[in-house]
Design a protein around this ligand. Structure first.
Ligand code: DLL
Length: 435
């Protein structure tokens, strides 16, 4: 199902013409209204008139997280505060938060795009959506909320945390869909089981999960635990919040980026050079319709790849692959680059281990070391008096990590329920090198 048939299936040529027109408008507005952009365009020797084709965007400077910080809190807003009706902020994993603003029209656009996401997952006004993304400065809760209302669904505004209560509501209200981070979905499933609730026989049929990297293996795990169809949704506060890209029910193979509102590029994170569609690189977004907080060529640090192939759902918008991780989360273990989500994919596949894990990175002399702490299942733990059995599991994980990822890690199997559970975004990596 498609929410906005006209715009989501625009033939490529018409889509690109629309993008160019919108790009010219936003560049001009920024150049004339935001001091930062006037300076940065001037420095690069470009003006809004330099944009004759979409290709010309390559000559424009990037905007970075640092630029947002330097202009904290409202320095990059392109609309007067009197027209701003909402503020959100992302705490980020590193450094000060960044603040984003929305006009009334921005909120309407966002609601429509989140509405498109829910419809892409097969939801309608007949669904009851349990929204366990955090409400507050985080964009997840309110973003999903407005989208759910937009399509006329009934929304249960749970927010994150209060896990036992969430389980009760899931039983009593019998929502047909749930939204939260994938790590919180696992937490919910586990707590439910501990409370003696059969999490497979709730009314849930769809899950809309995002806000953190996860793997196909994790998807299978969640689907099994909750008996639902899990979808991947992508977004970031700076660009809008959730609803920048979403998987479709027909293919569930990559997330369609709503290209009538966002122009996407992939670049080589080292050189800044634009890569052809299909190549793995850092995603860079330009917002085409935002009023309060438009951004030109914003570097996300997210590593993914674009898929320009037509999709059987009929949408013409390019798809992005799973985000492997952020370039600043990438671990370099003895020269080998690896993302936490790749380690997750390996350990979730091993019988006897739980999908609850933590990675401890440290340095011995000049060498980086990695310790993978992962929980044993209850069953495995109960029968674990035999050292041999544990040794075998440990060796298997070690071998798989070496075979699949080429990295050598220390493995520490820990008791069930000892790794901290997430209520929002999970923190998987403890980097002792920075302490
Ligand atoms: O996480 C917005 C969001 C809320 C997206 C709910 C989806 C669902 P931020 O807190 O600004 O915004 O964090 C954005 O989270 O740059 C990615 O690194 C990561 N991220 C978001 N969605 C995904 C995903 C929200 N599906 C940052 N897969 C982004 C992997 C994701 N990483």
């Amino acid at each position: 199902m498609i929410y906005n048939e006209e715009f989501e299936t625009l033939p490529r040529e018409a889509l690109e013409a629309l993008q160019l027109k919108r790009l010219q408008q936003v560049a001009s507005r920024l150049y004339h209204n935001v001091g930062f952009y006037k300076k940065s365009f001037d420095r690069a020797g470009v003006t809004p008139e330099s944009l004759r084709t979409l290709e010309d965007l390559k000559r424009f400077p990037f905007t970075t997280k640092q630029d947002l910080r330097d202009n904290y809190p409202f320095g990059l807003f392109a609309a007067p505060m009197s027209n701003v009706v909402r503020l959100h902020a992302s705490s980020g994993t590193t450094g000060a938060s960044t603040v984003v603003g929305y006009t009334k029209r921005d909120i309407d656009t966002w609601a429509e795009l989140m509405g498109r996401c829910f419809v892409a997952a097969g939801l309608t006004k007949n669904d009851v959506i349990h929204n366990a993304y955090g409400y507050g400065l985080f964009t997840g809760g309110l973003g999903a909320h407005y989208g759910a209302e937009k399509i006329g669904a009934s929304v249960v505004p749970m927010s994150g945390g209060n896990t036992k209560r969430q389980i009760m509501i899931l039983q009593d209200f019998r929502p047909t869909a749930i939204c939260c981070t994938p790590s919180y979905a696992l937490n919910l499933a586990e707590q439910g089981r501990a409370m003696g609730v059969d999490m497979r026989s709730l009314a849930l049929r769809v899950g809309v999960f995002g806000a953190e990297p996860w793997s196909e293996q994790m998807r299978a795990e969640i689907e099994k635990a909750m008996n639902l169809k899990a979808f991947n949704i992508y977004g970031l506060s700076e660009i809008m919040g959730p609803g920048v890209a979403m998987e479709c029910d027909e293919a569930r193979d990559g997330m369609h980026i709503f290209e009538d509102h966002f122009l996407v590029e992939t670049i080589d994170p080292e050189t800044g050079e634009v890569l052809p569609p299909g190549a793995e690189g850092e995603l860079v977004f330009t917002t085409l319709t935002k009023e309060a907080f438009p951004l030109i060529r914003y570097r996300t640090r997210d590593i993914s790849r674009l898929n320009p192939a037509p999709c059987r759902c009929g949408r013409t918008h390019y798809r992005m692959g799973r985000v492997m991780g952020r370039s600043d989360d990438m671990l370099i273990i003895r020269g080998v680059n690896v993302f936490p989500s790749q380690i997750e994919a390996v350990l979730v596949g091993i019988e006897g281990l739980e999908p609850h894990y933590q990675l401890i990175v440290d340095r011995e002399g000049t060498l980086d070391t990695l310790e993978v702490q992962v929980e044993l299942t209850e069953k495995q733990f109960d029968g674990a008096d035999e050292v041999k059995v544990l040794q075998r599991l440990e060796n298997q994980l070690k071998k798989d990590m070496k075979d699949y990822l080429g990295i050598t890690a220390r493995i520490k199997l820990v008791e069930p329920k000892t790794i901290q559970r997430s209520e929002g975004k999970a923190s998987r990596v403890i980097d002792k090198r920075k302490l």
